[in-house]
Design a protein around this ligand. Structure first.
Ligand SMILES: Nc1ncnc2c1ncn2[C@@H]1O[C@H](COP(=O)(O)OP(=O)(O)OP(=O)(O)O)[C@@H](O)[C@H]1O
Length: 270
């Protein structure tokens, strides 16, 4: 081959290291009078930097379990989890969590709760002075800076939890049904807030949800688990344009088609 032809051929871009690499992961829980309960049976999943991956699947299939394994809280019966190339054993500092139930400290105000995340991240006092009020504005909690969790609605508590997570500034966010306990309207509002922030400051997110529409509306990819022991039965790329209008997109034929495909993967009645 002539040199000129070689020169014209573009070099393939190097593949960046995935933020998370789950390889052939098996998780089983010991049981007293029975063989171990196999929950994940050989799951492999890569999550790239800045990618938003949703995980859906039947109840009890192991969605929360995979999040706990990714942050090193469960020891695999087989396979491996790497975060930023390193095998996990303890929760890695670059990982932050958010659960269905807010984990705010009830004796601290909104500002103080968010400050916990900032302190944990090692943020300087000077930076906290600007960053915490900015987060409060971003999450539309202005006016509630000095309120205690019991004085907030469920949606506001989840927004404050998200504020603490963002103040911690993890490069990987593991979210386990973070909006699952909220009413439909608040859930949409929270999804919108999360997208607004994520679209501005891309971080890798693994987002577990029961809600197929929520998964498609938010994520770049939707991974579908089978019933326990979980395998990945489908892995969809969601090519809907961003920024997304969560209300308008529900009528988009591509959105409807994708949610229907996932319903049928889960073999659930329409
Ligand atoms: N620490 C544990 N010890 C024993 N069994 C466990 C433990 N944690 C989870 N399990 C079992 O593992 C299975 C998967 O649980 P997991 O919470 O991961 O499911 P899930 O898909 O998140 O469910 P849901 O959608 O209902 O929240 C369940 O059968 C559960 O009982």
């Amino acid at each position: 081959m002539a040199m000129s032809q070689l020169a014209e051929k573009p070099m393939p871009a190097p593949t960046p290291e995935p933020r998370v690499r789950v390889e052939n992961l098996r998780i089983a829980f010991p049981r007293p009078d029975a063989p171990p309960l196999e929950v994940l049976s050989g799951i492999s999943l890569d999550v790239a930097d800045g990618e938003f991956v949703a995980v859906v699947g039947p109840s009890g299939s192991g969605k929360s379990t995979i999040l706990r394994a990714i942050c090193g809280l469960l020891k695999p019966a087989g396979g491996e989890v790497r975060v930023d190339g390193r095998p996990v054993s303890d929760p890695p500092p670059e990982v932050g969590f958010m659960f269905q139930k807010d984990a705010l400290l009830p004796w601290l105000t909104v500002t103080q709760n968010i400050r916990v995340g900032a302190e944990l991240s090692g943020m300087s006092k000077a930076e906290q002075e600007t960053r915490i009020p900015a987060l409060i504005r971003l999450l539309r909690l202005d006016g509630f800076e000095d309120a205690y969790p019991k004085q907030l609605s469920g949606g506001m508590r989840q927004r404050a939890s998200l504020g603490r997570l963002l103040a911690y500034n993890p490069s990987l966010m593991l979210m386990d049904e973070p909006f699952g306990a909220l009413d439909y309207q608040t859930k949409i509002v929270m999804g919108r807030e999360l997208l607004r922030i994520w679209e501005a400051e891309r971080r890798a997110i693994i987002f577990v949800t029961h809600d197929i529409e929520e998964a498609v509306a938010l994520a770049d990819r939707v991974v579908v688990f089978s019933a326990r022991p979980a395998r990945i039965v489908a892995d969809y790329r969601v090519d809907l344009p961003r920024p997304r209008d969560l209300r308008a997109m529900r009528g988009d034929p591509a959105f409807v088609h994708l949610t229907e495909s996932i319903w049928s993967d889960l073999a659930l009645p329409a």
